[in-house]
Design a protein around this ligand. Structure first.
Ligand code: NAD
Length: 263
């Protein structure tokens, strides 16, 4: 029921953190995996590492904000795999600044009246426009191939206010979440399911790896009902569930995976 054996999977932002965990989960389950990522060093490293374990994994360097590159990558990978069954629109960035500092004081730089154009634009470009480009490319392919599953990595910041992550991230994630719901409604008729995973605090390289600091992990862990910060591996089960037929009657859902942090 949870099998992804023989599936063709595309994962954006799969060279690090949560996307890498998705890639591992799918590859371990017997899927053929294509990782699309901006960071060529991490991409090569991870593709070589997973290939050396005998998994069917390949990589392609691209920026999800480049729609032409996304379309070309999908065409190329679809031709190689024959069929793309699962697409994870996961690539994302954290602007690293909001209206409040980690110590609770107000941030001047992250205040709305001081928010820089470039920071706003890049965030919306990657975290919202990149998801649009990925969903569109997936829909074009899946409509002609009998269906599939699209999974968008949003965030609990799509529906919670988090002063530290700031205006652009929250707006982009809320936009991506609603875009996923719209796509779910529009594409259900074509046997294409679209769901979102909304992580809480997960230790990855995002935001310069600030969540890797032990004292930050402890203070966040103390606020989380389950009692600890999350790891990328915590997301593997949900990724397999949403990719596989185990979730065949679920579409348009956004599932929090945050140790109860948003309760
Ligand atoms: P990460 O930095 O470890 O990994 C992100 C990956 O995306 C990197 O490999 C990076 O090179 C790639 N990427 C960034 N911009 C790209 C672009 N324009 N084109 C292609 N690839 C690009 O971070 P992560 O925490 O694994 O983040 C993955 C997703 O999870 C993001 O969408 C993020 O917003 C979301 N998320 C993370 C957390 C968390 O606490 N880590 C919480 C909620 C949501």
């Amino acid at each position: 029921m949870f099998s992804v054996k023989g599936y063709g999977a595309i994962i954006t932002g799969g060279a690090s953190g949560i996307g890498l965990a998705f890639a591992e989960a799918l590859a371990e389950g017997g899927a053929r995996v294509a990782i699309l990522d901006l960071d060529s060093n991490s991409l090569n490293l991870q593709v070589n590492r997973l290939s050396a374990k005998g998994f069917d994994v390949r990589g392609r360097e691209l920026d999800v904000t480049n729609r032409k590159e996304i379309d070309q990558a999908f065409a190329h990978i679809a031709a190689e795999f024959g069929k793309v069954d699962v697409v994870f629109a996961n690539a994302g960035i954290d602007p690293g600044i909001g209206f409040s500092n980690p110590d609770g004081t107000r941030s001047q730089e992250g205040a709305i009246e001081n928010y820089e154009d470039e920071r706003w634009d890049r965030n919306i470009d990657v975290n919202l426009n990149g998801v649009f480009a990925t969903i569109r490319a997936a829909a074009r392919h899946m409509k002609g191939s009998g269906g599939g599953s699209i999974v968008v990595t949003t965030s609990v910041a799509a529906y919670l206010n988090e002063g530290m992550v700031g205006a652009a991230y929250m707006a982009a994630k809320a936009g991506a979440a609603h875009l996923a719901r719209n796509a779910a409604l529009e594409l259900a008729h074509f046997n294409i399911r679209v769901n979102a995973i909304a992580p809480g605090f997960i230790v990855t390289n995002i935001g310069g790896g600030w969540l890797k600091q032990p004292q930050i992990q402890k203070s966040i862990g103390d606020m989380i009902p389950i009692g600890r910060i999350g790891s990328a591996d915590d997301l593997k089960g949900l990724a397999l569930f949403l990719a596989s037929q185990a979730s065949s009657y679920i579409t348009g859902a956004q599932i929090p995976i945050d140790g109860g942090g948003s309760l």
